[in-house]
Design a protein around this ligand. Structure first.
Ligand code: ADP
Ligand code: MG
Length: 294
């Protein structure tokens, strides 16, 4: 058991000049973000989360987290089990709305839209900010219909030829086309685990998202399927912004440009992935990446 109470997170003095590098409170960012070491900001942010608190009933699962998700970056979220990675990820497309008793406070913007605005329609939001889950979850439908599902329900097209084109392009981008092009009518659930996960990625891509959230997308896959999905993540970065939760530090190091380290619901440290893994500033980050706990 770690001898750390939530309030002591961030109390280990980091080297001078490290706290909140590049962050200065403005009218917009009125509260000082004191708990996080490193630069929470991205040069070209796509999403900005500010002072986010999440509660499940009376229990607080996320404490005052502020973080930018930068355009065309892969940001990895790491930390011990139960530290709030999935909870924070779900805030970014309001998936927590579906959980009874879950309350989100703070402000999260996608470009210039406040995604928690009362007028926000979550259905298109979840197309703009798509999600890939831990366990591949294709629908019990054909490969074609899995990918065509989103474009159909979002009314992207009612033209069969256009839909065929979207399905093909999405499967190409997900690196699955060559493996399935001759059996688009077979069931998606009949594919291997790695193929199913790439099918789920194709399904997400089919509705033209801006941001893709991935919650431990490889944890149910074998090493070869994992390598394939990791390569894919790197290719997708050219067109999309990706936030990935992973329990694998090796994976975070391989796929991401920035890494955010969470601990007991707080964002302890964020920075360039290389820096986080070679020269972490916070002792808790160092303890985690050196395997002292986790
Ligand atoms: N649906 C839920 N209802 C109540 N508590 C939850 C729920 N989901 C997560 N939690 C709690 O919130 C905290 C963070 O969980 P989670 O975001 O799943 O962490 P991680 O993804 O880092 O393992 C944990 O203490 C967990 O028990
Ligand atoms: Mg999780």
């Amino acid at each position: 058991m770690l001898n750390v109470t939530p309030n002591s997170v961030g109390s280990v003095a980091p080297p001078a000049g490290v706290v909140g590098v590049g962050f200065s409170p403005t009218a917009d960012d009125s509260r000082v973000i004191s708990g996080t070491v490193g630069d929470i900001k991205a040069a070209d942010p796509r999403m900005t989360a500010r002072n986010v608190d999440v509660y499940y009933g009376d229990k607080q699962a996320i404490k005052d987290v502020s973080l930018d998700i930068g355009k065309n970056e892969v940001i990895a979220m790491i930390g011990p089990s139960g530290c709030g990675k999935s909870t924070f990820l779900r805030c970014l497309n309001r998936m927590n709305d579906t959980i009874d008793g879950c309350r989100v406070e703070g402000r999260i913007m996608l470009d210039d839209q406040d995604i928690y605005d009362r007028k926000m329609d979550v259905v298109p939001l979840r197309a703009q900010v798509g999600m890939v889950f831990q366990k591949p979850n294709p629908f019990p439908k054909s490969i074609y219909d899995n990918v065509a599902y989103g474009p159909r329900i979002h009314g992207l097209t009612d033209n069969k030829q256009e839909l065929d084109e979207i399905v093909e392009q999405s499967l190409i981008k997900a690196g699955l086309w060559d493996e399935v092009k001759d059996r688009l009518d077979s069931s998606g659930t009949g594919l291997s685990g790695g193929q199913q996960q790439r099918l789920c990625i194709a399904r997400t891509i089919a509705v033209a998202p801006e941001v893709i959230l991935m919650d431990e997308p490889c944890s149910a896959l074998d090493p070869i399927a994992t390598a394939r999905v990791e390569e894919l993540i790197d290719e997708l970065r050219e067109q999309y912004t990706i936030a990935i939760v992973t329990h694998s530090m090796q994976q975070a190091a391989r796929v991401s440009q920035r890494t955010a380290y969470f601990h007991l619901g707080e964002l302890v440290e964020v920075g360039k992935t290389d820096d986080i893994f070679t020269n972490p500033s916070h002792r808790l980050t160092e303890d985690y990446i050196t395997g002292r706990f986790g």
